[in-house]
Ligand binder design. Structure first.
Ligand code: ADP
Ligand code: MG
Length: 263
């Protein structure tokens, strides 16, 4: 892992990506991606299919190992520890401790079908954080109330609509008290009429100051809710900036043409 590099991570950046490189075989999916995210920022990641958006959030969540660069969460190097002049990959326990600080919501909700809604939300806090069942239940109910599902706590996932299931998945991620929430196209598996209820929950989290990285096709949502937009193409960040400004007045032809195709 000679290409992995460390850098100073000044306090203030919750998440810092420094020249992150990801390859599948000889194919370079992420090409020295650097990105600094501050507390409370809501970063929308947009770009054509295959541009590396999912890979980016999967690398942040340590679902993928990186071949170059480094990722820091609150100043702590993710996935590796410094050992003299070398970087050594973390073992499973250390990796799990780091990963639980990142909440991830996927396109597919991935709820446990044999558990009720509230059991789904309680599972991580009880099994991983060691919370008592009573505390976990209280918190699960609070979170389910927050995503508008107070009435569904004892229902099973298959009794719910896709939009409701995705809101459970968001509550389940929040139950782990993550420092950053990562979303990978959370509404693209939903029927159009269910998209709004999920985006509205994400929007509430943004207003509450949650630090988030959201891969999304929903440009109007990004303009409204994100503080920053990042446009990816070919494994690179081609343009980024204030969400409203960047989406209204793109500086690159690439982004202008992408927006004209998707809006
Ligand atoms: P996006 O989410 O922007 O559509 P992805 O991050 O899913 O893009 O994929 C970026 C590129 O990496 C694509 O060309 C895709 O085919 C390739 N890719 C993604 N995952 C793998 C994998 N596990 N093995 C090989 N290639 C992959
Ligand atoms: Mg994707």
């Amino acid at each position: 892992m000679d290409n992995l590099s460390t850098t100073n991570s000044p306090k203030g950046h919750v998440l810092r990506l420094h020249k992150v490189v990801k390859r599948y075989g000889s194919f370079q999916v992420l090409n020295e991606v650097s990105l600094d995210i501050d507390e409370g920022e809501v970063v929308a990641v947009i770009g054509p299919s295959g541009s590396g958006k999912s890979t980016l959030v999967r690398c942040i969540h340590q679902l993928e190992t990186i071949e170059g660069g480094s990722i820091y969460l609150n100043g702590e190097l993710l996935g590796y520890r410094q050992d003299g002049a070398h970087l050594r990959a973390l073992g499973p326990r250390e990796l799990a401790r780091q990963r639980q600080q990142l909440g991830m919501v996927f396109q597919q909700f991935g709820l446990f079908p044999h558990m009720t809604v509230e059991e789904n939300v309680m599972e991580g806090p009880v099994q991983v954080l060691g919370d008592s069942t009573a505390d976990a239940r209280t918190r699960a109910r609070h979170l389910l109330g927050r995503v508008g599902l107070a009435e569904k706590v004892t229902a099973y996932p298959q009794m719910l609509s896709g939009g409701q299931q995705q809101r459970v998945a968001i509550a389940r991620a929040l139950a782990m008290r993550p420092k950053v929430m990562l979303f990978d196209e959370p509404t693209s598996a939903l029927d159009p009429e269910l998209v709004g209820e999920v985006l509205s929950v994400v929007s509430d989290l943004a207003k509450a100051g949650k630090t988030m990285v959201i891969v999304t096709h929903e440009i109007a949502f990004a303009r409204e809710v994100a503080t920053r937009v990042v446009f990816m193409e070919g494994g690179r960040i081609l343009e980024q900036g204030d969400a409203r400004e960047t989406l209204s007045n793109p500086r690159t032809d690439r982004l202008r043409s992408f927006l004209s195709r998707v809006m």
